[in-house]
Design a binder for this molecule. Structure first.
Ligand code: FAD
Ligand code: DHB
Length: 388
């Protein structure tokens, strides 16, 4: 098989890159080792920046997003006795949208298959070759177990944190930065109407809690837990009473309902550079991970492939390498901004058990909820700085 861009991974990065390239008449094949059902059901992020919504709309996959997505004009920041709304349009002229990553992935897969373009699900043994030549190859076994070779002009490594693309960078050329946090998030999805109009980020001495949502009838909530915490230790009753305890506010009651999904996610910051080697380009979680507190992971993946699509279009349609050469530097500038913001939100909101740190956090929360310039800084980072 031959294509212009071999894309490894059918997560948001790989699927959106394929869609953006198709709009520009560039051919690609998407290779994914999981099944279609599995990738469409994987519960992860849920907040889209304004710029992400614009990119999805421009790529022709914004129709259901505009119909079903919930526009949010702010968030609540809370600490005991205080719940303060930050008004994003007033502070920075932008909003965010609550629309699940599952739905973004379904929309992108639906659009690609409807246009008769290729996604190979349930492949195995993905391996990359000849990346330093202008005829790189990907080998794999297809879903029937038949060995295949995909010849390409370039390979896009969109295969997430554990995929095979990043390890192809020669160790001598690669630099990585890692920060592991001493906490994790226990996340639930529940069939109950959200108890709030906009997200609540709650600081509490017993640990952070977050109230988010997926639709007018589905709530998404998170609790800070220890990284070695086990799901079996958390009965439904314990989860709901801990959420109510950490988000308690006078006159407000958390509504409960059947829990339909639950998981524990560790928290880590990770950046790998460069994001390009020869004819291999990395995008999304394949190159970087942020802790979820700033809602940036999915949005960064979208920003990466937006920049990458332009670079590949220049390279493959016009034979100009300039944007491909600057891709890594351009993408990494945004990655580090989001890495700082996610680290900062995480540090401000999670209980570490250290009383001095707790006082600093409360001081910072009072500052962000009372100073318009501090609030504006949070708002412009949360809603996403312009792509360029
Ligand atoms: P991924 O979505 O990881 O997609 C990579 C794809 O590559 C996958 O489909 C994978 O199956 C495939 N793949 C891997 N190896 C191979 C191979 N060998 N061959 C072929 N295909 C392969 N972000 C937030 O903002 N908020 C959240 O609440 C949040 N929760 C998260 C919870 C979890 C458990 C995880 C893991 C991430 C979460 N994130 C969250 C981060 C966000 O979901 C990611 O940043 C986003 O999915 C990145 O998209 P991606 O396409 O780069 O990577
Ligand atoms: C969600 C996840 C986040 O990490 C966040 O900061 C806000 C919302 C969510 O899954 O809805």
């Amino acid at each position: 098989m031959r294509t212009q861009v071999g894309i490894i991974g059918a997560g948001p990065a790989g699927l959106l890159l394929a869609q953006l390239l198709a709009v520009r008449g560039i051919d690609s094949v998407v290779l994914e080792n999981r099944s279609r059902d599995y990738v469409q059901a994987r519960i992860r992020a849920g907040i889209l920046e304004q710029g992400t919504v614009d990119v999805l709309t421009g790529a022709g996959v914004g129709e259901r997003l505009h119909r079903e997505g919930l526009r949010h004009d702010g968030i609540y920041l809370q600490y005991p006795g205080h719940r303060q709304h930050l008004d994003f349009p007033g502070l920075c002229g932008r909003s965010v949208w609550a629309y699940g990553q599952t739905e973004v992935v379904k929309d992108l897969i639906g659009a690609r298959l409807a246009a008769g373009q290729q996604i190979e699900f349930e492949i195995s043994g993905t391996a990359l070759h000849d990346l330093e030549t202008d005829r790189p190859r990907v080998t794999y076994a297809d879903s029937a177990g038949v060995q295949q070779v995909l010849e390409c002009d370039v390979v896009a490594g969109c295969d997430g944190f554990h995929g095979p693309s990043r390890p192809m960078l020669p160790a001598a050329l690669q630099q990585t930065w890692v920060r592991d946090y001493p906490f994790a998030w226990l996340g639930i999805l529940a069939d109950v109407a959200p108890s709030t109009d906009e997200l609540i980020y709650a600081w509490h001495p017993d640990g952070f809690a977050l109230h988010s949502m997926r639709s007018p009838s589905v709530s998404r909530l998170y609790l800070q837990v220890d990284p070695d915490e086990r799901l079996e230790s958390w009965s439904d009753d314990r989860i709901w009473s801990e959420l109510q305890h950490r988000m308690a506010f006078e006159g407000w009651q958390l509504q409960t309902g059947p829990i339909t999904d639950r998981s524990i996610t560790p928290m880590r910051s990770f950046v790998s550079a460069p994001m390009r080697h020869g004819r291999l380009f990395l995008a999304g979680d394949a190159a970087h991970i942020v802790p979820p507190t700033g809602a940036k992971g999915l949005n960064l993946a979208v920003a990466d492939v937006t920049v990458l699509c332009e670079a590949l279009t220049e390279l493959l349609a016009h034979g100009r390498a300039g944007l491909a050469d600057t891709y890594s530097g351009t993408a990494l500038r945004r990655v580090w901004r989001a890495t700082h913001f996610s680290w900062w939100m995480t540090s401000m909101l999670h209980a570490s058990g250290d009383d001095f740190e707790a006082q600093l956090q409360l001081s910072q929360l009072r500052y962000v909820t009372s100073s318009p310039s501090a609030a504006q800084s949070l708002a412009e980072n949360y809603t996403g700085l312009p792509l360029r």
